[in-house]
Design a protein around this ligand. Structure first.
Ligand SMILES: CCCCCCCC/C=C\CCCCCCCC(=O)SCCNC(=O)CCNC(=O)[C@H](O)C(C)(C)COP(=O)(O)OP(=O)(O)OC[C@H]1O[C@@H](n2cnc3c(N)ncnc32)[C@H](O)[C@@H]1OP(=O)(O)O
Length: 160
């Protein structure tokens, strides 16, 4: 079966409980990621739960969101891929409550290796952070490791 790259528009969440994009994770970011012209886009507003210093978004929360947006690269190639390496430059503080537009791109693929870049800007277009990631394509068996006894965290309607 050949993989048809998706058209521009919203992409499916990874799974319902995903910390980045799952719609049923009460602690999640509920990201909605779109494909636009070959790039992955997410508009996100961090809130008080994501603060580090007062009023400023925690760098770890930003890393979570970036990791998850990068994780949508799987939809570009029709194969799941996981983070091997993630590197972030934090250019400016990200205020809690401010709109943040994130764009990620698959720069190149070498066999299993996906080299990705991303940028986050504020509503005025000022750069907030940039990131690079190496994702590695895995087969579905990768996700069939040990599971908690409560399998309700898994969905019967998504890939994983
Ligand atoms: C049918 C349609 C399908 C569409 C589906 C799309 C959606 C699917 C839904 C959902 C899935 C995605 C969900 C994303 C969620 C957000 C992202 C996350 O949170 S992911 C979780 C965090 N990450 C992990 O848990 C990984 C933990 N690590 C591992 O499991 C392994 O380390 C793994 C699999 C990543 C790699 O292990 P190895 O043993 O296979 O590979 P090695 O040997 O380490 O490296 C392979 C190659 O990469 C190079 N490499 C490694 N590190 C490098 C680096 N830092 N820089 C450059 N190259 C590096 C190596 O030198 C090697 O290269 P050489 O093949 O020899 O050419």
């Amino acid at each position: 079966m050949t993989w048809e790259p998706p058209h521009d528009g919203p992409l499916p969440q990874h799974h319902h409980n995903c910390l980045g994009c799952g719609d049923r994770n009460p602690h999640g970011h509920h990201l909605q990621v779109r494909l636009e012209g070959g790039a992955l886009h997410a508009r996100h507003t961090f809130d008080e739960r994501h603060a580090g210093a007062p009023g400023i978004t925690h760098g770890g929360a930003i890393a979570t969101v970036l990791d998850d947006v990068f994780g949508f690269a799987g939809y570009l190639i029709g194969q799941p891929a996981v983070t091997r390496s993630l590197s972030i430059d934090y250019d400016r503080p990200v205020p809690v409550g401010a709109i943040c537009d994130i764009t990620a791109r698959l720069e190149r693929r070498e066999d299993r290796k996906l080299f990705l870049t991303a940028e986050g800007v504020d509503a005025s277009g000022a750069r907030l952070f940039t990131a690079r990631a190496l994702f590695l394509v895995v087969d579905l068996q990768h996700f069939h490791g040990p599971r908690p006894p409560d399998s309700s965290a898994r969905s019967s309607r998504t890939l994983l």
